[in-house]
Design a protein around this ligand. Structure first.
Ligand code: NAG
Ligand code: NAG
Ligand code: NAG
Length: 537
């Protein structure tokens, strides 16, 4: 399958038709309900799509970039395509995990935890989110994500409880004690079905900590990968107040037309991690080196070398030069998703002079809610949503499992929304030439490098690209498919799963309210009715 690149006009026209309902609404009164609707529509329905061969573009058209990328007949779909039995009645025990890292590292860890529980036939205890030193945020899963939706959306896949239950032992009531294990990095499926499972059966519960990157990303079982997508793109939804705040920011930005988001990762931790020091003054270098010494392994790093191999985050000026070379003019509206930019205004000035219409969540949000919690997960969650919904997204640095990587994957799944993903290694010599006075042909060379990127369309995943950055082809399907494995599942997939579950009897949901254990029995039919209602808001 050749990578599909930006298509010609008729291709785009076709795609616009395909997404017209969605797009029309997004440009209108954008609201949480719409987001829900769009995601559920992708999940539930098959659209009529014909196969069209990909076309390789020869030049960049800014006008086209504001639309979505040619999808070559692919659409997102993470419903099971083969027999997928409900979780068995008998659980092998409880699985507790502690997800470390920032918002997005935790997000992929949550997807891994659900899959691990499925693999082990275990009952998943709502993942614990580490309140780590960088984020200073103790909101936890309940503070960020919609718990009810999470449990409900995954009911065909795993049993999930909010807390580890109490047991009566020798007349006393106590919690099941989970046996603590430090899982190997990127552990294979077999580790979960042997070592971890054995301990779980022995102790009734295990506690995996730390839990980020603890399950291999490349797993050769497409149904497992699709479960990851169901978690990431359907079950995990931010809490209503976060969705509301995000959509109010997006609507404000939309009132003036399309807009671009840039994840400007020009922050102290990243610069010191990457070891890109030379562009800073001695005082700044001292700060970066100190931070590096305290947080990362000691290594002798030279900026020129680091940059030449594409290891340095783009500077704000470089970002501006790329955009201008591609044909974006100074009227382009840009929302910056970023923490505190290192080096401040000195580095921002050249960028601002090229693109003066800059916004960020503080300038758009007038409610003041974000001012109280900008460093925490709330600010990051709002930025995530705004970047997800923007017309164009541009990351400037992509480390493993971070904000930009997850967003690229999410935007691809959300309907091949344009991503400008600069190839820093290809661009470095072009920038270096320019700095050495060789300015002729600069813009042409940048355009050439950018044309070789895929703009977020369907493309083959090549290591080290992560599954969470590109879930094609597992989580996509074609109505007209050459390969039967890529064929879209039947429209009534939910009904099929539902019937399978009905045959297993009723589902028991254990919920906790103010510490009291409440056992509620919900029939599967009722929960599906609730979901359909949810989808048609
Ligand atoms: C999980 O349950 C299924 C039946 O639903 C069974 O085929 C599988 O072997 C079980 N796996 C483990 C690890 O217990
Ligand atoms: C954009 O650039 C044009 C010249 O190309 C200039 O006249 C105009 O003032 C600029 N607009 C802004 C907002 O800087
Ligand atoms: C699962 O449990 C339900 C009720 O507890 C029962 O009706 C059903 O037969 C069980 N299914 C299996 C496969 O054991």
């Amino acid at each position: 399958m050749a990578p599909a690149k930006r298509g010609v006009a008729h291709n785009r026209h076709h795609q616009l038709k395909q997404l017209s309902g969605v797009v029309k609404r997004l440009f209108g009164t954008l609201s949480i309900a719409i987001i829900v609707l769009v995601l559920c529509t992708f999940f539930l329905l098959s659209s009529t799509t014909t196969y069209e061969s990909p076309t390789t573009p020869s030049k960049i058209s800014v006008e086209n970039l504001w639309g979505t990328v040619a999808s070559d007949g692919w659409r997102p779909s993470s419903a099971p395509r083969s027999h997928w039995p409900p979780p068995p009645n008998e659980s092998n025990g409880y699985l507790r995990v502690r997800c470390n890292g920032g918002l997005n590292q935790q997000r992929s860890a949550i997807c891994n935890a659900v899959l691990a529980a499925r693999i082990m036939n275990a009952t998943l205890v709502l993942p614990e989110l580490d309140a780590n030193s960088f984020w200073h945020d103790e909101s936890g899963f309940q503070g960020i994500y919609d718990v009810e939706r999470f449990i409900n959306a995954l009911r065909y896949d795993v049993r999930i409880v909010e807390r580890i239950p109490e047991i009566r032992k020798n007349g006393k009531i106590k919690k099941i004690k989970a046996f603590q294990i430090r899982p190997p990095r990127d552990a294979p499926v077999s580790w979960y079905t042997t070592e971890a499972l054995q301990k779980m059966k022995e102790h009734g519960a295990i506690y995996l900590t730390p839990f980020s990157h603890r399950l291999a990303e490349e797993i050769d079982i497409p149904e497992y990968q699709r479960l990851r997508c169901r978690v990431n793109y359907h079950a995990l939804r931010f809490k209503p107040h976060i969705m509301k705040l995000s959509s109010s920011i997006v609507s404000k930005l939309r009132t003036q037309g399309h807009f671009m988001t840039i994840h400007l990762r020009f922050e102290m931790d990243m610069l010191s991690f990457a070891g890109c020091f030379d562009i800073f003054n001695p005082e700044e270098q001292r700060i970066l080196k100190k931070y590096r010494k305290e947080n990362f392994k000691d290594k002798d790093l030279k900026y020129s070398e680091r940059r030449a191999i594409g290891k340095c985050p783009l500077t704000p000026e470089e970002v501006g030069l790329i955009l201008r070379s591609m044909g974006f003019d100074n009227s382009t509206r840009i929302y910056l998703a970023a923490g505190e930019l290192f080096g401040g205004e000195r580095f921002m000035k050249p960028f601002r002079s090229m693109f003066p219409r800059l916004e960020n969540h503080k300038t758009v949000d007038t409610s003041g809610e974000l001012n109280e919690n900008t460093q925490g997960l709330l600010g990051s969650a709002v930025d995530y949503m705004v970047c997800l919904l923007s017309d164009i997204f541009m990351p400037t640095y992509d480390g493993p499992s971070n904000f930009a990587n997850n967003l690229m994957g999410h935007r691809q799944y959300y309907g091949f929304r344009t991503t400008l993903h600069p190839d820093r290694k290809a661009l470095a010599p072009i920038f270096i030439d320019r700095e050495n006075g060789k300015t002729a042909g600069f813009e042409e060379a940048v355009r050439h490098a950018m044309l070789k990127t895929n703009f977020g369309g369907p493309h083959k995943r090549v290591s080290p690209e992560s599954f969470y950055t590109n879930s094609w082809p597992e989580c996509f399907c074609q109505t007209v498919a050459k390969n039967p494995a890529h064929k879209c599942p039947p429209e009534n997939v939910l009904q099929i799963l539902e019937n399978q579950m009905d045959n297993e009897g009723t589902i028991n949901y254990v919920t906790h309210q103010e510490g009291k254990k409440v056992l509620s029995t919900v029939s599967a039919a009722e929960t599906v009715a609730a979901q359909v209602e949810d989808a048609s808001v």
